[in-house]
Design a protein around this ligand. Structure first.
Ligand code: 13P
Length: 251
């Protein structure tokens, strides 16, 4: 059976001391998550990874991005060996903000994902359509290309280690969340594509919904068969609201 996963994406928020402060308050929630068989994690900025990692126990600490080369003349970038050296084993790839502002293409995401998997790291691959694409009825075409191109060149064994997050761009940070029916429809669609690409290993892949997830709507998403968890921005920043989501998720 697939586990449930609650993952906070802190984006460009929190100083090192604020991140450390959050980390120091996680013991209770990690205990609760373990008792209920839920995986919990956060994705802080690069600067905060070490402080968070050193002050949590039993929590996933993910980077928000990485470069596909090990080292070289790439000013401002961080490589996979650098993350691994800090004990970081998870990494978000292709969040819509990176696609929009940093020219992150499916092909570039794929290079990073293949490299992460070969380094025994877990990529959390984000996909999702824009408002214009949603309104034009192009959601499935867009998501299918993102999945087929972004998750190409992996093996059946590798794919089960990948996490996918469906985040419709129009629902991110807008308070306009997709209905639980839309979330289920697209998450199931993603699983079907993965089954077509990699066979039954698709049933082991964790598929998350993301976009304006809050304590009062998380349970509706998680009650759907193909939604295994949530990737949460704003509501993951405060410990109280993070904890409330965890408690509501298992109800
Ligand atoms: P919000 O939960 O703030 O809408 O952000 C979603 C997101 O982009 C997580 O990666």
């Amino acid at each position: 059976m697939r586990k449930k996963l609650l993952l906070g994406n802190w984006k460009m928020n929190k100083t090192v001391s604020e991140a450390k402060d959050f980390a120091l308050q996680t013991a209770e929630l990690v205990k609760f998550a373990e008792e209920h068989n839920v995986l919990v994690g956060v994705a802080p900025t690069y600067l905060c990874l070490d402080a968070v990692k050193n002050n949590v126990s039993g929590m996933i600490v993910a980077a928000q991005n990485c470069h596909f080369e090990d080292n070289g003349a790439f000013t401002g970038e961080v490589s996979i060996p650098m993350l691994k050296d800090l004990g970081i084993n998870w990494c978000l790839i292709g969040n819509s903000e990176r696609r929009t502002y940093d020219n992150e293409t499916n092909e570039k995401c794929n290079k990073k994902i293949v490299k992460l998997v070969h380094n025994d790291m877990v990529p959390v691959y984000c996909c999702g359509e824009t408002l214009a694409q949603f309104e034009a009825g192009e959601t499935k075409n867009v998501v299918e290309s993102q999945i087929r191109e972004g998750l190409a060149n992996l093996c059946e064994k590798c794919i089960s280690k990948v996490v996918v997050a469906y985040e419709p761009v129009w629902s991110i940070g807008t308070g306009k969340n997709a209905s639980k029916e839309i979330a289920e429809d697209i998450c199931k669609f993603i699983r079907d594509i993965l089954r077509d690409m990699y066979g039954n290993a698709a049933d082991e892949v964790l598929i998350l919904y993301g976009g304006s997830v809050k304590p009062d709507n998380i349970q509706a998403y998680l009650s759907q068969e193909n939604v295994d968890g949530a990737l949460v921005g704003g509501a993951s920043l405060k410990i109280d609201s993070y904890e409330a989501m965890l408690h509501n998720l298992v109800k």
